[in-house]
Write a protein that binds this ligand. Structure first.
Ligand code: M6R
Length: 366
């Protein structure tokens, strides 16, 4: 039931503190700094000896996969590549014995992801699944896996499943990194602590909804948006743009901020708002440079910044302040204002947020 919420999407956005906690429960023991995931533990050798990992998914789950690429490469030092399931399944991919395939799917029923999984298995790969729907076809077909415990996601636009997928990927990266002695012990412990603190920080961001609503009211009539982020927040920019497209029908594109000058900057004028993830650490100085470039062309800047930020505050038209965390955990926090922003814009435009036109919750046909 939607309870006090007008749409399931908003309810699901607000559930994220709890769903991240649920996904961590029994897997991350904070005082002891122990991470335990059965599907990894029982196949430890395969992960320790892996030469590469290919993550395969569609849509929002593909964005979570890109975040997984940053996380896994950083913490495990295993080479990772990410593919759209629809491309992977038709291009006779090279899969060796030491190549692990990870498939990510909220529904566990996406036709392309299932076909990719079957192909990978036929080629003899070990396939690990990250699904939300328990007992779904993909969950039943993998060699091992870990469920996201986000609970039923009703809204077509995926939100809480996305943050639950990232949570599982963080756990995976930490545990495999530890097995492979790829993470420094102090960093491992610090990240365990920081991960435990994420649900509380998510709650803080949710309190920004009124600010976000006010900003959205100034922009719900525009025709285009650009979303920018760098590093691990580049896929978050893609996800923010997808959310806006899906439910408000405004054209939006996500880019790595540095790609601006390779084309998209030509689009910038006073009618082109830019949402930019400008949290500290992630190449902050370079992001400031990007914001200056946009302002010089009269673009409007809506920036996601850390609490206490000064420099971006001086440049941007609007800022949304969020708590600080380690850079590699930041997508769990930075995506929340983007979800709320998309919701508020779609709502002001009078759209049916939960049932956008032309879209189905689960894409079981090609
Ligand atoms: O169930 P899946 O995670 O496999 O679904 C993949 C995509 O169809 C899905 O994420 C889609 O892009 C959503 N509508 C995004 O909000």
């Amino acid at each position: 039931e939607k309870g006090k919420y007008k749409y399931f999407m908003l309810k699901e956005v607000y559930e994220q503190s709890k769903t991240i906690s649920d996904t961590l429960r029994g897997r991350l023991l904070i005082p002891e700094k122990i991470i335990c995931i059965d599907g990894i533990e029982s196949h430890k050798e395969i992960f320790v000896n892996a030469e590469s990992i290919t993550i395969v998914a569609c849509g929002t789950s593909w964005h979570a996969s890109l975040i997984g690429e940053y996380l896994l490469e950083e913490l495990t030092r295993i080479r990772v590549e990410v593919e759209y399931a629809s491309e992977f399944r038709y291009r006779n991919p090279v899969i060796g014995k030491k190549n692990i395939i990870i498939v990510i799917s909220q529904s566990g029923e996406t036709a392309d992801t299932l076909a990719a999984l079957k192909l990978a298995k036929k080629k003899g790969a070990f396939v690990f699944g990250i699904c939300n729907v328990v007992g779904s076809t993909i969950a039943r077909s993998v060699d091992a896996g870990a469920y996201t415990h986000a609970g039923p996601e009703i809204s077509v636009a995926s939100t809480k499943a996305f943050t639950a997928q990232i949570t599982v990927l963080v756990l995976l990266a930490l545990i495999i990194g530890k097995y492979r002695y790829a993470i420094d012990d102090n960093r491992y412990k610090f990240l365990c602590e920081e991960l435990g603190a994420i649900p509380e920080k998510v709650n803080y961001v949710l309190k920004m909804n009124d600010t976000i609503k006010k900003i959205s009211q100034l922009y719900h009539n525009v025709n285009n948006f650009i979303y920018l982020g760098r590093g691990i927040n580049f896929p978050v920019a893609l996800e923010g743009a997808l959310k806006l497209k899906e439910i408000s029908y405004i054209h939006a594109e996500g880019y790595p901020a540095a790609e601006m000058k390779h084309g998209p900057i030509a689009l910038i004028d006073e009618n082109m708002p830019v949402v930019i993830i400008a949290t500290k650490k992630g190449c902050y100085d370079k992001i400031i440079g990007n914001i200056q470039e946009i302002k010089a062309r009269k673009g409007k800047v809506i920036a996601i910044v850390n609490k206490g930020d000064i420099q971006v505050n001086l440049l941007a038209d609007h800022v949304i302040e969020i708590p600080n965390t380690d850079e590699i955990l930041s997508p769990l926090i930075t995506v929340i204002p983007l979800q709320l922003f998309a919701y508020q814009i779609a709502f002001s435009r009078g759209k049916n947020v939960d049932q956008p036109r032309n879209l189905a919750k689960s894409v079981t046909v090609e």
